[in-house]
Unconditional design. Structure first.
Ligand code: FE2
Ligand code: FE2
Ligand code: ZN
Lengths: 500, 89
């Protein structure tokens, strides 16, 4: 008898929902101990919907296909020495930030979804989280493979994992995920599954990857889009989680809104570095950070929140500030890295004149008024042989761990600074958003591992900054860092290209 | 009405999928960017298996879409014959 082909719905019912079982001798509450400590009320897991209805067999089939395509391209990239085809060696520094700052987050996402999936009483959500966990493991592996090729030819790739756990600016992404993973399973899903995947990762994996393609980096665009092909499923899971929680019980609405407020703020802070990569580190331009933000945050996020309004959900708190920040944050961040270029794990530089003109054109309201004059000054100083590096260590925000580089949005000449006291200690913040988050969970955030505090407490070696960079961070001082001009990366590139 | 969107890798398979989407959703806007194609539409967008099969000249499973998908925006509905995106307002 010929086997009858099952339709997607029946297959999903049999191969996913049907895998669950009743608990006869174990206590369900003990099996899922984290399910109600956040105050979320689930009345009926069977109401869970997974629109993609992907079953494990189909999952493996398509994932295998994606990997075969991806590795064929990696091979071609390596065999053809395609690192030589990138637009400009400065571009590679964006990929160094990717490997040290982003790829370890993929690993954290893998761990987070494995843990969270285990904690859900509903089998549909468990299976979806298991698939996402496997996807995220694939993402970190493929990224390491892709970038291992660059590691053979450029500095700064060698100690990405060691650096991720220690370096001052890498504590920003690391602590973001640590915060999410130490939350309960539902907060993790709103933090990563919904806020991060549905709205924020698009900004890194879509316009930035398109930019990688436009800068001749076939390996990065390929791993980026291959990862992103899983992302549509992750986004859909994030949206389903939120709809499910909001439909399960009206008491969930307020809790979910608080998490949305927290994680959209934290997420937009985290994306500051992507803003800088888009505006300053892609020599061939696709779109400005501001344009990308308008498409993927304002337009896509706006549509999403309009859709969720029927549950009583509103736009994240501080959306008005977030809207103004698109004009400023990329410039404020690149200036901070430029002036701390001796302590970064990658090279920094002054934008070329054509790049400055492009920024003026893309940011007519702000660039010429507030930011271009700094670069003109930096150019003058550089011409006199006085390339500027700051001597001090920056003060960090206790919540997002970003140096105090942001300004008040209504007065871009004034650094934004907030503080609060808790148990007799004073804590410092970059914004009202970060201060609110701290005040809501002070016992969590007083434990923040703040790199600059750790340096001053003597926990990172030293005492000289140079010793900390080389011995504690494992940076090759003078090779991995400092200005692009005169760097070994630049010299090798010129040799390969046969230019003096 | 908000826009739903879908982005696909710019490759040989996607070209047929884009053609099919354009045929079945004549109002869509197709935006070409380096290495990707973004398609957006007010309110709703549907990918029909039959139309894609006609364009490709072979059988095509709706779930094959995952191989070339980059991102999407909207509530997803998928069955054996189509995938569609919509916003509730
Ligand atoms: Fe990922
Ligand atoms: Fe993901
Ligand atoms: Zn902050």
């Amino acid at each position: 008898m010929a086997a009858k082909k099952l339709n997607i719905k029946d297959k999903y019912r049999l191969l996913t929902r049907d895998l669950d079982w009743e608990y006869s001798y174990a206590d369900r509450k003990e099996a899922f101990p984290y399910e109600d400590f956040e105050g979320i009320k689930i009345t009926d897991w069977s109401k869970w919907e997974d629109p993609f209805r992907l079953t494990m067999d189909t999952y493996w089939k398509y994932q295998a296909e994606k990997e075969k395509k991806l590795y064929a391209i990696f091979d071609a990239f390596a065999q053809n020495n395609a690192h030589m085809n990138v637009s400009d060696p400065r571009y590679v520094n964006a990929i160094k930030i990717f490997l040290t700052g982003v790829s370890p987050l993929e690993y954290q996402a893998y761990q987070g979804f494995a843990h969270t999936g285990r904690q859900f009483g509903g089998v549909g959500a468990r299976v979806a989280c298991q698939m996402q966990s496997l996807d995220e493991l694939r993402h970190v592996q493929t990224q390491i493979h892709a970038m291992s090729h660059f590691n053979k030819f450029f500095d700064g790739f060698q100690e990405y994992s060691h650096m991720h756990d220690r370096v001052w600016y890498l504590s920003v992404p690391k602590s973001f995920f640590n915060d999410a993973r130490t939350a309960g399973p539902f907060e993790f899903m709103i933090a990563i599954g919904f806020s991060f995947e549905y709205v924020l990762t698009n900004l890194l994996f879509v316009p930035f990857m398109s930019g990688a393609a436009h800068n001749g980096d076939m390996a990065t665009v390929t791993f980026g889009f291959s990862a992103q092909s899983d992302e549509a499923r992750h986004m859909t899971l994030g949206l389903e989680v939120i709809k499910f929680l909001l439909e399960q019980h009206e008491d969930n609405v307020e809790i979910v809104q608080k998490w949305i407020d927290k994680w959209f703020w934290r997420g937009s802070r985290l994306l500051t570095i992507v803003a800088m990569m888009m505006d300053y580190m892609l020599p061939n331009k696709v779109m400005s950070w501001k344009e990308a933000w308008e498409v993927y945050f304002e337009e896509a996020g706006g549509a999403l929140f309009k859709d969720l309004a029927r549950y009583g959900i509103r736009m994240p708190k501080y959306s008005e500030i977030i809207e103004k920040e698109k004009e400023h944050i990329s410039h404020q961040a690149w200036w901070t890295f430029y002036t701390h270029g001796h302590a970064a794990g990658f090279h920094t530089w002054i934008p070329t004149d054509e790049e400055l003109d492009w920024l003026s054109e893309k940011y007519p309201e702000t660039f010429d008024k507030y930011y271009r004059p700094r670069w003109e000054l930096a150019k003058e100083m550089e011409a006199k042989g006085e390339r500027f590096y700051t001597k001090g260590l920056p003060q960090l925000c206790t919540t997002c761990q970003i140096p105090m580089l942001f300004t008040e949005m209504d007065d871009p000449t004034q650094t934004s600074y907030r503080d609060t006291t808790y148990n007799g200690e004073r804590y410092h913040f970059c914004s009202d958003g970060c201060k609110d988050i701290f005040e809501d969970e002070p016992e969590k955030f007083v434990q923040s591992w703040l790199p600059v505090h750790q340096i001053f407490q003597g926990n990172c070696g030293g005492p000289d900054v140079g010793d900390i960079l080389s011995d504690f961070y494992h940076m090759n001082v003078g090779t991995d860092n400092m200005d692009m001009k005169g760097s070994p990366d630049e010299l090798r590139w010129k040799q390969w290209k046969g230019v003096a | 009405m908000s826009k739903v969107y879908i982005a696909l890798q710019d490759n040989d398979e996607s070209r047929y999928i884009v053609e099919a989407i354009e045929e079945d959703n004549p109002e869509v806007t197709v935006i070409h960017m380096p290495a990707m194609i973004r398609i957006e539409n007010e309110g709703r967008l549907t990918v029909n298996r039959e139309t894609v099969e006609e364009k490709m000249g072979r059988d095509w499973d709706v779930q094959e879409l995952h191989v070339n998908l980059i991102t999407l925006g909207g509530n997803v509905e998928e069955d054996d014959d189509s995938l569609s995106l919509h916003w509730n307002e």
